[in-house]
Design a protein around this ligand. Structure first.
Ligand SMILES: Nc1ncnc2c1ncn2[C@@H]1O[C@H](COP(=O)(O)OP(=O)(O)OP(=O)(O)O)[C@@H](O)[C@H]1O
Length: 251
């Protein structure tokens, strides 16, 4: 598959703190990379580096394509302050801002695009509603529309299913599967069940980055990288098991 961008020996962090060191990662067309790792391991920092929101202390980012419409981003906790006076259609339109610049005016074609995407994702009837009046799942759908309206080459998602119920979660991931035919996806998730079911490859981030060319997670990986465990068990009574590392590895 054709490469889109490469991180080469990246070291990055904030002021005096180095969070990531020696990070190498290549994102190719149609990739679906799941990023896992413990709290504070640097997953969001890695996304910020990829998005160009923070500049690495050292290392290189190589772009194999134009930066035009390169990224769509669905940030963590897309829950909105209900008092913020912005409508659904304005939220989705703002996804075109990076393409058009801040001092822009939206065209009729842009507004048509918004209607089209809201229709596709079942949200057209809410287009004039203040975003704060939607449910968590509806909001997530609107923010997904915002992230993909510019047809980005890479869609970046930070814990996308935090506020959604399991029905919407299944629907959401099937939307992602469809989108993955047109764009690469990089997704942070603590839910290893989700990771194993949907992603193609896994990057484990804990200060460094370990890349796995498959979506299988082995006990050895968990032990080595000190990753959190959240397993879904399919027994007679469906339940979710939360264990710490050592215990899970023993089992
Ligand atoms: N803006 C910031 N300024 C200073 N330090 C920060 C900043 N953002 C994050 N950090 C620190 O960088 C480290 C990595 O944070 P990051 O958010 O990348 O981790 P994460 O793996 O995404 O964690 P989580 O799973 O809890 O979301 C943490 O120790 C955090 O406190």
């Amino acid at each position: 598959m054709k490469e889109i961008l490469e991180l080469k020996d990246i070291s990055a962090g904030y002021e005096q703190t180095t969070v990531l060191q020696g990070v190498n990662l290549t994102i190719r067309e149609n990739d679906f990379v799941g990023i896992i790792g413990p709290n504070g391991g640097g997953k969001t920092t890695l996304l910020k580096v990829i998005l160009g929101l923070i500049k690495p202390f050292s290392g290189k980012i190589i772009y194999h394509t134009s930066k035009q419409s390169l990224f769509g981003y669905l940030p963590q906790n897309s829950k909105f302050d209900a008092r913020f006076p912005i409508s659904v259609k304005e939220v989705v339109l703002s996804g075109l801002m990076s393409e058009k610049g801040i001092f822009h005016s939206y065209t009729k074609a842009d507004r048509g695009k918004v209607d089209e995407i809201l229709e596709k994702y079942g949200m057209l009837r809410y287009k004039n509603r203040p975003i704060g009046e939607l449910s968590g799942g509806q909001m997530q759908r609107v923010f997904l529309c915002r992230a993909i309206i510019s047809s980005p080459k890479i869609l970046i998602l930070d814990e996308p299913s935090t506020y959604v119920d399991s029905n919407f979660e299944i629907e959401f991931y099937s939307l992602l599967k469809e989108l993955n035919e047109k764009m690469s996806i990089v997704m942070v998730s603590h839910d290893l069940g989700t990771i194993c079911s949907y992603v193609k490859t896994i990057a484990c981030v804990n200060g460094g980055l370990h890349y796995h060319e498959s979506n299988l997670i082995t006990p050895e990986q968990l032990k080595l990288y000190n990753c959190p465990i959240e397993l879904i068990s399919h027994g007679t009574v469906p339940h979710r098991v939360l264990l710490d590392h050592d215990k899970a590895i023993e089992n």
